[in-house]
Each structure stands twice: as C-alpha cells, then as structure tokens.
Write a protein that binds this ligand. Sequence first.
Ligand code: GTP
Ligand code: MG
Length: 171
Amino acid sequence: GIRKKEVNVLCLGLDNSGKTTIINHLKPTNTQAQDVVPTIGFNIEKFKTSTLSFTVFDMSGQTRYRNLWEHYYKESQAIIFVVDSGDKLRMVVAKEELDTLLNHQDIRSRRMPVLFFANKIDLRDAMSSVKVSQLLCLESIKDKPWHICASDAVKGEGLQEGVEWLQGTES
Ligand code: GTP
Ligand code: MG
C-alpha cells in the first residue's frame, strides 16, 4: 500500500510531567504498557494516525538526562512539550528548559510545530491551559506554529485534539 508520511517527534518536558503516559495512550491498545515508570534516558515509540506514521523519542525529563535532548533536535520534525499543570513550583524550571530549547541552534531557525500539553488538569489545584501558556510566554513564539491542549493523560483526555492539530500542520 501507500506508505504514510513519517514524522519524527521529540517528546520533552520536566520529569513527572506525564510524557510517557501521554505517548503510551497514543500507541495501539495491544502495545500499551500496563504501568508507566520514570524513563531512563529515552524510549522510542511508534503510532499511526490516518495519514501519518509517528516515531516518538520519549525523553527522560530528569535533570541528569536533559543534556540528551539536544542530540535529537536535528532529526525531529515536531516537538511535544509536556507541562504538569499542577506543579506551580517548577513552572519556572519548565520555562527555562523551553527557552533553552527554542534558542538552540538546531531549533531556532526552523518552522517546526510545537504542541504543548498542559497535563494533569484533573488535579484539584491545576492551572488552566491559559494560565500555563501565560507563564511559559507562549505568545512570544512567533517563528513556529504552536498549540496548547489541556490534558488528562491517565484518562486519555485531550490527547486526540493535540495529535489532530499536529497532523494538520503536516498537510
Ligand atoms: P520522566 O520519564 O521521569 O521524564 O517522567 P514523564 O514525564 O514520562 O512522566 P510519567 O508519564 O512517567 O508520569 C509521571 C506520573 O504522573 C505517573 O505517576 C503518572 O501516572 C502521572 N500522570 C501522568 N499524567 C497524569 C494526569 O494527566 N493526571 C494525573 N493525575 N496524573 C498523571
Ligand atoms: Mg517518561
């Protein structure tokens, strides 16, 4: 049959933000992991939509592994950046990592789409996606298409909307 267009996606964000839980939900049901554990280094995962084949580099967000991220910038065509909406204390750290990412020489000059998940919206004191986008200053991103979705990765809510947006940017 016709091969689907392949897209390499880098999934980034602080440790415990929910990256692996999100990617796990997007995989075919029979390949989903029963329990999600903190990622060591990174994992490579694949899933398909009606028009695209995604290869996801699900990176560890732990401080000691964050220096791995940049090695995968060049070969990625899109970024998923996950934020824990309930983690007010570390929102400034998430912003620092985002700014470092967006200013990197392998990212800066490129019009690659960035999909944000304001994850864990089910938490009682979670910030809204509008609040998260304000704290991350997303409006200042002018050179890339970006989109933010509120999500609950445990229930799988909000994920499809994000993937559909990503898919639309590739057509
Ligand atoms: P690292 O691999 O260490 O970078 O973390 P990660 O970003 O991959 O986070 P992971 O997916 O391992 O999730 C961390 C914890 O948050 C797990 O206990 C998840 O069950 C939980 N979690 C993920 N998404 C949600 C969510 O939307 N709501 C709630 N309440 N918990 C979530
Ligand atoms: Mg992980």
